[in-house]
Unconditional design. Structure first.
Length: 181
């Protein structure tokens, strides 16, 4: 039942997005005047329409597959809701929401390390030293890949010493890329 509800909500959201954001998107004058130019709203419209078709097919399959089953009722769904709020999936979602709020203040490195430690603890790892070392190494690798190789500016943070740390890392990255570049 949960899968059906999520699919219905996604369908409604995509219909809303199609009619409020895609159709009303401004078209640049350059594209408007050229009859051969692909308008900027074509691809979003096509993708949303394809998604709506796939979700409608999925809704049909869910209903057909579960029709008549006892666990496919509203009462069974309502009974399963409290279990969801204590599940690891929900706690993982909470971790990501908290991370999205602290990202600007703490910066990429600290937020990533905290998220990785939290997820590791959530998944059952109890050796704190291992969690910290693995989290720092993974965060550094991600930083090197995104900032160094892909030139993506990652949030530095607004807390003074964390921002200074991010700037220090960036100066190291520019020195390393200067050697190889």
């Amino acid at each position: 039942m949960f899968e059906l509800i999520v699919n219905i909500l996604l369908f409604i959201f995509l219909v809303f997005t199609y009619f409020t954001h895609v159709l009303e998107a401004p078209v640049p004058a350059m594209a408007k005047n050229n009859p051969y130019a692909l308008q900027p709203d074509v691809w979003p419209k096509a993708i949303i329409i394809l998604l709506l078709i796939c979700i409608a097919i999925n809704i049909y399959k869910i209903i057909k597959r579960n029709k008549g089953k006892e666990e496919f009722t509203i009462s069974a769904f309502l009974q399963s809701v409290p279990k969801f709020f204590t599940s690891k999936m929900f706690l993982g979602m909470v971790i990501m929401v908290v991370a999205s709020f602290i990202l600007d203040a703490l910066g990429f490195m600290v937020t990533t390390i905290l998220v990785l430690i939290s997820y590791g603890f959530l998944l059952g790892e109890r050796k704190i030293a291992r969690l910290i070392i693995a989290s720092v190494l993974i965060a550094l690798v991600l930083y090197i890949v995104f900032n160094g190789l892909l030139s993506v500016n990652l949030p530095r943070g607004t807390v003074g010493f964390l921002r200074d740390f991010a700037l220090f890392l960036e100066s190291i990255m520019s020195g390393i890329t200067g050697i190889f570049g």
